[in-house]
Design a protein around this ligand. Structure first.
Ligand code: SF4
Ligand code: SF4
Length: 177
């Protein structure tokens, strides 16, 4: 699937600050779903020039992915699409204040389309609401529930089938590659 960061007309955050709520920032000890204490609502980061590397490395799908229409503006959609640097994960972080925002249309259909386009690639689509994670495959969703801090998600072919599945495993499990 084409995830080339190539929006022709650069988008801007405007008054959106939602990534500063939904993302985990380990360097600050900030869990996902809680506003960062450095976030100034509707304005941005109060420590921008000194913000953590995790913040600097965040790749916002709305800003970078032209396939996402204007309606995906996070402040409006309540959804923050994040690309992992290795390109193997697209995580749709949902504002926990609106936990079903991802099921609203047209977002839900577009998320299902993302999963369909990812079929046959190494990319997996995740929806994250706080610590709850749902993995979206083309033919179904796998709701893993709360993923604890010492757990990870392993994507693997289900026994006896040719379809991918998702399971929670401990962080030291050898199935994690
Ligand atoms: S979620 Fe995206 S658009 Fe919103 S503030 Fe963060 S980087 Fe900007
Ligand atoms: S440090 Fe700044 S950019 Fe990072 S989460 Fe906090 S407010 Fe947002």
């Amino acid at each position: 699937m084409n995830m080339t960061p190539a929006v022709k007309e650069p988008r801007h955050c405007g008054t959106c600050t939602l990534c500063c709520k939904v993302l985990t920032i380990e360097e600050l000890g900030k869990p996902n779903g809680q506003w960062c204490p450095h976030c100034v609502q509707a304005r941005g980061c109060a420590i921008y020039s000194d913000r953590p590397n995790e913040c600097r490395g965040f790749q916002c799908g709305y800003l970078l992915w032209p396939a996402l229409g204007e309606h995906w503006l996070p402040a409006r959609s309540k959804l923050v699409v994040a690309f992992k640097p290795d390109g193997m994960e697209i995580v749709i972080h949902v504002d926990p204040g609106v936990p079903n925002a991802w099921r609203a249309e047209p977002y839900y259909s577009e998320i299902r389309n993302m999963a369909g386009n990812a079929e046959g690639t190494a990319t997996t689509i995740f929806v994250q609401v706080g610590r709850r994670v749902i993995v979206v495959f083309p033919d179904r969703e796998v709701d893993l529930g709360v993923v604890a801090e010492d757990e990870r998600i392993s994507i693997q072919e289900e026994p006896g089938t040719r379809r991918r599945g998702a399971v929670k495993v401990k962080a030291n499990d050898p199935r994690i590659v």
